[in-house]
Structure formats: structure tokens, C-alpha cells
Design a protein around this ligand. Structure first.
Ligand code: V47
Ligand code: SF4
Length: 362
């Protein structure tokens, strides 16, 4: 397809994409700098269509955030609380079971389980949590814990990383979400989340998890203090690790929400930046099969548009999102299957309900 670009720099990016050549750091920076949004979208959509044709995926999932008590207190987080602070909570295993049973008649396919680093919880709590979820919902995939939690659990249990992962896997862990990466860079780490593991450890844990046969997602939290160069470096770090392990399933750009955080003076991300992040991911991450437009963070309407800017997946129904809503997200807390399908159909695409591993649900 001939494209007449307003920004002529996109011509060489398009010709690399057509030849299947890998984009460079300079190309990545150009993707973020360009004002030719439609030209960029056409290139990203070309890649998206060559990988997935007319299909757009979604999943029937449920989020469970077992505690918001967290010792890390990252500056961008509105969700975490100290133990005695108003609004702090931790769910007992019985409460988790009750939450699962409340929705047992719904066709939930995946349970997305993450929480804060709560020093009152024992390693056995996590094993019990996984076993309980598997018992109550044997047919749903357990996608649980970020690398931050895995690092914490390994210290808590006094076990090696490999043994920790194996114990969790034996108890029912099947996949891991992509959170906790934020921006893989020491400057931003020091400024925004100094108590949390840094990028070297994050990548080390992902490598070990992939080696243990567990697929994970990857994310990037953008729209705070990071530079364009740091975003591109982040994407290239993920791409390099994916070359080595092939263990990443999807990438999800996460738009920063500032309300109720230590960075509440920062403006929200713009629609243009949100779409550029989706397109940049699709173009730079040539070895990732899936890019998600996370409607919770960019809103339902823009997520629908993002399906034409490189995204092939809208994540899921979710039901009860907490982390972004505590930081001021105005999107719904959950969507129905009909709403997800309607968004996709009205974008001219074919909705495919999937499981955690992108197998279509019959
Ligand atoms: O790790 C925290 C981010 C992540 C804020 O893998 C914030 O399928 C915006 O990782 N504004 C958790 N973002 C969410 C996450 C995720 C979501 C959906 C799907 C998947 C998946 C993973 O949310 C955290 C952090 O990076 N976050 N605070 C905030 N104020
Ligand atoms: Fe804790 Fe995660 Fe919030 Fe950081 S982002 S304070 S690790 S819950």
C-alpha cells in the first residue's frame, strides 16, 4: 500500500517494516516525536493486520486485589496504604473465596490477582490463596503476582527464585501479569519507586519465570517524569529479553493517572500520546504477538480507536478494577461481554473471546 506521509521520516520506518527489518532506537524516538499521527497509525495498523487480520481479542476476566497494604509506597501509586491508614484492607482466604463465589455463575476465564507487599502475610497465605482459587474456579487461568511480588515472596520464604516460582506453580500459578516494570531505568527508579526492585532485578526475575515455563506480560507506565529516550530504551530492553526467552505474551502501555498520588500536579496523558504509545509498542516490539489497549487507563472510546493504531486486544471485562480508579480513572469499573463485542464490531473488526493464552473460546 502506498502511503503519502506528512512526516517524510516515516517513509524509512515504513520501508523497514515492509521489509521485516528491525526498527532502531532512532526510529523509536521518531515514532514518539512525529506529528503525523495518521501516518504512524497506518504503519502500525499494517503490522497489526498482518499479524491478526480482522480479529480483535478480549477475555472474560476478574481482578482480585487481595491487599492494598504495601511497604513500598511508590510515588505514582494511589492504591497503597500503610497498615493503620484509613482504607487499608487485606482479604482473608475466606473473603477471597466469597468474592469468587459471588460471581461463580459468570463465565470467568482468567483471574488477575495482584496486591501490595504486606508484611503481615505469610508465604503460606499465598500458597493457600492459589490453591483456594484453583479449587473454587478450576477452569479459570490464574494470572497472578508481578515480579515485585515474586522477589518479595522469595525473600519471605527464604527460597531461591527458582524454588519460589516452582512452589507457586505447584499451587496453581499459570501466568503472570506485566506490572511492576514501570520504566526500566535507574533514574526514574530512584525518583519514583526507590523501594521497589529496579530494572536489573525485574528483568532477572522475568527471565527465571520464563525459564520455568510461565508466560508473562510486560507493561510500561508512561506519562510521568520519563523521557522519550527512556521509553524507547524500555521497549528495546523488553525486545532483547523476548529474543532470548520468547516468554512474553502481550505488552500493555499503562497511562499514568496522577490523582491522589505524590505526582498529582502532573497533567493527564493526551489522546495523541496514548495512541503513540500503542503504535510505538506495535512497531518496536516486533517479537511480541499482542499489544493491549487497556481501556481502564485510556478510556473505552480511545481504546476502540487504538484497535486501528496497533492494538489487537482490549484486555477484559475486569469487573472490579481498583488500582487506576483510586488514581482518578473515569472509565467504567467493568464492562459486559456485549459491551466489549460491540466496541470491537463497531471498529469494523471481528471480536474473538480468548483464554489467557489467546486460544479462542468456543
Ligand atoms: O504495576 C500504578 C500501574 C500496574 C498507577 O498483564 C498505575 O494483563 C497508572 O500491570 N496510574 C498494575 N498506572 C496494572 C497492570 C496490568 C493491568 C492490566 C493488564 C495487565 C496484564 C497488567 O499499574 C502497576 C503500575 O505500573 N500503576 N499506579 C497510576 N497511578
Ligand atoms: Fe506497592 Fe505496587 Fe503501589 Fe508500588 S505500585 S506502592 S509496589 S502497590
Amino acid at each position: 500500500m502506498e502511503i503519502s506521509f506528512i512526516d517524510k521520516r516515516l517513509e524509512s520506518i515504513y520501508s523497514k517494516v515492509l521489509k521485516g527489518s528491525r526498527l532502531s532506537k532512532k526510529d523509536g524516538i521518531c515514532i514518539y516525536e512525529t506529528h503525523d499521527l495518521i501516518g504512524l497509525g497506518l504503519i502500525a495498523n499494517h503490522v497489526r493486520r498482518s499479524l491478526h487480520g480482522n480479529k480483535a481479542f478480549y477475555i472474560y476476566n476478574q481482578h482480585l486485589n487481595y491487599t492494598n497494604i504495601c511497604k513500598n509506597r511508590c510515588r505514582f501509586c494511589a492504591y497503597a496504604r500503610d497498615r493503620k491508614e484509613k482504607g487499608a484492607y487485606v482479604w482473608s482466604i475466606d473473603q477471597i473465596e466469597k468474592r469468587l463465589l459471588e460471581r461463580i455463575d459468570e463465565p470467568v476465564n482468567e483471574l488477575h490477582i495482584v496486591g501490595g507487599l504486606n508484611v503481615d502475610l505469610s508465604f503460606e497465605y499465598f500458597i493457600d490463596l492459589l490453591k483456594t482459587v484453583k479449587r473454587v474456579r478450576p477452569n479459570a487461568t490464574i494470572k497472578a503476582f508481578t515480579c515485585v511480588e515474586i522477589d518479595y515472596l522469595s525473600n519471605l520464604a527464604g527460597l531461591s527464585l527458582e524454588d519460589t516460582i516452582q512452589r507457586l506453580k505447584d499451587a496453581g500459578l499459570e501466568m503472570m501479569p506485566g506490572g511492576g516494570a514501570e520504566i526500566l531505568n535507574s533514574r526514574v527508579h530512584k525518583e519514583l519507586f526507590p523501594k521497589k526492585i529496579g530494572h536489573v532485578r525485574w528483568l532477572e526475575i522475568v527471565r527465571a519465570v520464563h525459564k520455568a515455563g510461565i508466560k508473562t506480560n510486560a507493561t510500561m507506565l508512561y506519562g510521568h517524569i520519563e523521557t522519550i529516550e527512556e521509553r524507547v530504551d524500555h521497549l528495546i530492553s523488553l525486545r532483547t529479553l523476548q529474543d532470548e526467552t520468547a516468554g512474553f505474551s502481550a505488552f500493555i502501555p499503562l497511562a499514568f493517572h496522577a490523582e491522589n498520588t505524590k505526582l498529582s500536579h502532573l497533567p493527564p496523558t493526551t489522546a495523541v500520546d496514548d495512541l503513540k504509545n500503542v503504535a510505538a509498542a506495535r512497531l518496536m516490539l516486533d517479537n511480541f504477538a499482542h499489544i493491549k489497549a487497556y481501556w481502564v487507563m485510556i478510556g473505552e472510546k480511545l481504546a476502540q480507536v487504538a484497535l486501528s493504531f496497533g492494538a489487537d486486544d482490549l484486555d477484559g471485562t475486569i469487573i472490579e478494577e481498583r488500582i487506576t480508579h483510586m488514581a482518578g480513572a473515569k472509565s467504567a469499573k467493568g464492562l459486559t461481554k456485549d459491551q466489549m463485542e460491540d466496541m470491537i464490531t463497531k471498529a469494523g473488526l471481528e471480536p474473538v473471546e480468548r483464554d489467557s493464552f489467546y486460544h479462542p473460546i468456543k
